[in-house]
Design a protein around this ligand. Sequence first.
Ligand code: INI
Length: 154
Amino acid sequence: MLYEGDFSPPAGRFAIVAARFNAFVVDQLLTGAVDALRRHGVSDDRIDTVRVPGSFEIPPVVQKLGKSGKYAAVICLGCVIRGETGHYDHVAGAATNGIAAASVQCGVPVIFGVLTTETLEQAIDRAGAKAGNKGFEAAVTAVEMVNLFAKLPG
Ligand code: INI
């Protein structure tokens, strides 16, 4: 038996947790994520967006929303740029590890759409310029995972 998610219109509500830090980039990820959800049949009234100050603040919000039982998936969006901070490693590490921990604890798919780049240009490239839109990709992954969870036994 093969279990696999597909891209048919998923059931349930979707939460997006998006950092305000580097909003110039993150707002583009958010636009991409909402666009992808809409185009996979998720209406706006099934999308809740939560803005947090920075990527460091994403994990506890993911944990709370994920455990609430209200959401089929939680999508995390942020942007940490090494060139702009001496504590890049701490912020990027805390966000990555915290989101991963929340993901396994809360029982619903948690999708990692936090950019970690060396430069602003690399971030822009991944937010709708040369390298696609990672927010859009994160939302498509959420659709696949929600549909997979609906099929999995238990
Ligand atoms: N938060 C980010 O999301 N990206 C960054 O690049 C960043 N920098 O450069 O420091 C950043 N810092 C803020 C951090 O996420 C927290 O909001 C802050 O430390 C308060 O806890």
